[in-house]
Design a protein around this ligand. Structure first.
Ligand code: FES
Length: 164
């Protein structure tokens, strides 16, 4: 049994997430287009798509890994690498961009020493750029978890990150 399939608490039992996934696969297996819902389930359970788990999906659904990787790279919801505990999404939509959201990204990159798409080595933050958050009146805006931060300036970033 690989590390991905061991229980997250470190005991020798099978990871309960894997048991839940297998149940989900059994109930979706004979449905057309089952791959995407099953991959969503993996992403929700693990926070990303671990290779070991995708191999199980490939085997159970009889779908080649190349097709699974194709789907994973097509949809931005899917991630093949673990994400941080807090995902920072800085809006690069038009309203935010013209009000300087690139400067916000640059400041966060500098403070956390990561680029867009990367996660800090301690697994605490992932930095992402995104399209309109629907908060254009607060431009430039970003979201961390569920919380929206607006009218950002580079000077405000250190204080906001310190909340986490
Ligand atoms: S463009 Fe950034 S919130 Fe709309």
């Amino acid at each position: 049994m690989s590390n991905e399939n061991k229980c997250c608490c470190g005991c020798s039992q099978e990871d309960p997430r894997l048991a839940e996934l297998k149940e989900f696969i059994v109930s979706h297996k004979d449905t057309k287009g089952a791959l995407i819902p099953v991959m969503h389930k993996v992403q929700t359970l693990y926070g990303f798509l671990p290779e070991d788990v995708l191999l199980i999906v490939s085997d159970e659904l009889k779908v080649p890994m190349t097709e699974i990787y194709g789907v994973a790279s097509f949809y931005s919801f899917f991630s093949l690498v673990p994400k941080g505990e807090h995902i920072i999404r800085v809006c690069l939509g038009t309203a935010c961009y013209v009000k300087g959201s690139q400067l916000i990204i640059d400041e966060i990159s500098k403070d956390l020493n990561i680029q867009v798409g990367e996660t800090t080595p301690d697994g605490k933050f992932t930095l992402e750029a995104c399209r309109c958050l629907g908060a254009c009146g607060l431009a430039p805006a970003m979201i961390i978890g569920e919380k929206v931060y607006g009218r950002l300036t580079p000077e405000k970033i250190a204080g906001i990150l310190a909340e986490y």
